[in-house]
Design a protein around this ligand. Structure first.
Ligand SMILES: [Zn+2]
Length: 307
């Protein structure tokens, strides 16, 4: 029995060791002097591992934004991701996770990126690393503290205020954003439901003419759905988004005589920097500092070198 337990421990150590090796990203560049000095505890499927910000950032930036985006958009995203890591807080046993469960910042390790990018790996990683090195050690603060640098894929017209979803933050307010269907693929999406499908998804059993099911939506300060009554029951925009799998809470709902039609703008929670918005501003010639100042108003870009 003791022998079997001992072998089990050896096996566990081996698996943990292999997983650890597999998950470790490429060695950091000698040029990432400041990021290389930031120690992070990163929660992986094999448990917490130690990484520097320089080791974590490439896999995070590559997973969060297409490498083909404008260099100034990539720099803005690098700063936002670095800032997120410095203020992360969702786990007791680690600074942040790379579990890709929609919890912390997305992450792809080298093996995943090689599979994804194939022959473009070297070119794409060069763009990712250039954005990180150009912003080495830079992060955003508000009143001296690293901010909650949340971001999302796209919004139409304006971003969402943090207060509508989480707690208010003075720098997470609704600001204009330049996405259009021309510069943002899938900016507007349409989803249709039969009355039966809608009732099942929402767990309601209304009777009568479906044309009368939809109440008027109550919009929040950013023009997204705060509340809507469907089939006599009141839902938050977030509840509808979750139950129906909508891309955002910026939606309108109509009945076309046959199905309910949900027309949805943008993708994600809508708070903080819009990634496609950053890309559009970069294409207009904005630098990453201006992009960050726009999406996180009132914050200051600082550097670890000034600590
Ligand atoms: Zn997490």
């Amino acid at each position: 029995m003791v022998k079997r337990a001992a072998w089990f421990l050896v096996w566990c150590a081996l698996v943990a060791g292999l997983a650890h090796l597999y998950l470790l990203p490429a060695p950091e560049s000698a040029a990432s002097r400041l990021d290389g000095a930031v120690a992070l505890t990163v929660l992986t499927r094999a448990g917490p591992v130690s990484m520097t910000a320089a080791q974590w950032l490439p896999g995070a930036l590559a997973a969060e934004m297409p490498a083909s985006f404008e260099s100034e958009a990539l720099k803005a995203q690098a700063v936002a991701a670095r800032t997120y890591a410095m203020s992360a807080h969702r786990h007791t046993e680690a600074d942040l996770c790379i579990l890709n469960g929609g919890c912390c910042v997305a992450y792809k390790d080298e093996a995943a990126l090689r599979a994804l990018w194939d022959t473009d790996y070297e070119k794409n990683m060069a763009a990712i690393e250039a954005a990180i090195l150009a912003t080495d050690g830079q992060y955003l603060i508000y009143e001296g503290e690293a901010i909650q640098a949340v971001f999302h894929a796209s919004s139409a017209g304006s971003t969402e205020e943090s207060a509508a979803i989480w707690s208010p933050a003075p720098y997470l307010v609704s600001v204009p954003t330049p996405e259009t269907p021309e510069n943002t693929p899938g900016l507007v999406t349409t989803v249709r439901f039969t009355p039966g499908e809608l009732a099942e998804a929402l767990g309601i059993s209304p009777e009568g003419d479906p044309a009368a099911w939809l109440g008027e939506a109550v919009l929040d300060g950013a023009g997204r759905v705060a509340y809507i009554s469907i089939g006599g029951q009141r839902f938050t925009g977030g509840e509808i988004r979750g139950a129906l799998g909508l891309r955002s809470t910026a939606f309108t709902a109509t009945w076309d005589g046959d199905r309910f039609v949900f027309t949805v703008s943008g993708h994600g929670h809508g708070v903080g920097m819009s990634q496609y918005g950053a890309q559009a501003y970069a294409a207009m010639g904005w630098g990453y500092e201006a992009i960050l100042a726009h999406y996180y108003p009132g914050t200051t870009l600082t550097s670890l070198s000034s600590r």
